[in-house]
Every structure is written in structure tokens, then in C-alpha cells.
Design a binder for this molecule. Sequence first.
Ligand code: SF4
Length: 266
Amino acid sequence: MPGDDDPLPKVTLSMLRDPRRGCSWRLSRTYAGATGNRGGTGRWVVRDRLEEAIRHAHATGGDPRSRLRTVDDDSLGVEERAVLAAALAWYAELFPDAVEILPAAGWEQAFEEPGVRLAGPAPLVVRPAGSATPGGGAYGGGATGSGPTGEPVEIRMLRLGEAPPAPPIAATPDVRTAILLLDAPVPDRLVVSIADLLHGRRAREDLRGPAARLEAEAWLTSAVEELRSRIADPRPRTGVECGWCPHVAGCPAHRDRLDPAAASPT
Ligand code: SF4
């Protein structure tokens, strides 16, 4: 167990989606803060460019549709540019409104109970342009965080090729993690959207923010308990996830193959 001065163990959204599945050795190494030994795969490049373009278009004000359809990024390959162009076009179709971007707490937040740092993709948080009131924390509008016209704050979760989950999407680990990564206080009226920007699909739900936050906190406690029980007796389990596992070099299941001394005939 960590001492008083040790940072809280980090848990990621992917570890909490279903702690009963996956390799418990890998989960235990990540939970213990072990440094991985595999570089990034680059699979987030298009996703990062997409969010940059969306944030920039909204930050410059007005109707975002005219700015979102052009892709001029020579650092991307032909296929990556095509995916980005399609995603931007679908974003403009599915989210044509003028909004302003609000701060999220970031991609990591500490929770003393159940004693972890929760990490996940920083959510894109918006509200209708011009609906802010002075004061009221990160989301404006006084204690409730909603604007004077009752306009809700919206969390937009953007995906590429992954279908939105079946309703209620508010009960998914992805939405609960996004709610937990919001700055406090959580807005009274909250909309959550999950969109697949390769196929033009969007799921949307209206929530009461404080109640959704309480449910998300209860889920986190229960998911972390399940994770701790899963890694109490860590065992390597080889499978497709070995292909991107950052702990492969220290993994008992692969040690003989990766250690030249063990592999050489004696
Ligand atoms: S390399 Fe495979 S078996 Fe080893 S820790 Fe990673 S996922 Fe588990």
C-alpha cells in the first residue's frame, strides 16, 4: 500500500471498463505505477488533430461549419487526412450550433475515496455561445452552473469508427469518467453526447448534473474495488493485448523469448 507521501495509484478509463477481463499482470503493473517500455503507437494523431481543429473553430467564434471542412495538415498521411476531413464534416453536421469551449478539470483527477487518481481523455465541454453569466465557477451561471436561459452544459465525446453505446449512455464508464473529470461544481443541467464521426452517428442524453456525479462516484468506488480484487493475485494472460502492452519486457510469460541468455543453448 502507498505511504502518506506517495501519490495515489493511477487508474485509467480502460482499466475500469471491465476489470474482470484482460491480463491481471498488466493491470497490476499499471496500477503500481510501473513505467512501460513501449513507445506510443501514433494511433491518437488524427484524434488529437480533430480536437485541435474543433477547439480552434469554436474559439474563433461564429458559425463553425465553414472552418471545419478544410484540412490543411501536411504532417498527416493521405489516409489520415481523409479520415480527418470526414470527421470534421460529420462534426459540422451533427453539432452545427455556435458554442464556447469550457474548461474541464483535465485528464487526471484525484479521489481520496476510493484513493486513486482517475485518468481519462479530457472531455470536450461546451455551452451555447452567449449563455454565460458572471461568476459561478468554471461553468458560469451561479451555483447551478446553468446559463440564464436554462441552457445546459454539454459533454461531447468524439469517436472515430466506434458506434455509440446503447442507452442509457449515462451509465457507461466513459460518460461517468467524463463527468468525474469535470471541474466542480457540476452543472445542474448536463447533456452528454457520444458521436461516431466516421459514420455520422450520435447518441445524446439529458441529465441532472449533481445526481449523475453521485452515481459516477459510486461507480468509481465499486469499479476500483473490483480492480483491486482482480489484481490481488496477478497472473499474465497472453492474448491480443500483448501486442500493445507496455509491460511486455518484464512479463513472465514472455521473459524466455526476450532474454537472450535464457534463449541461448548451454
Ligand atoms: S505482455 Fe501480455 S501477458 Fe504479459 S503483461 Fe502484457 S498483456 Fe499480460
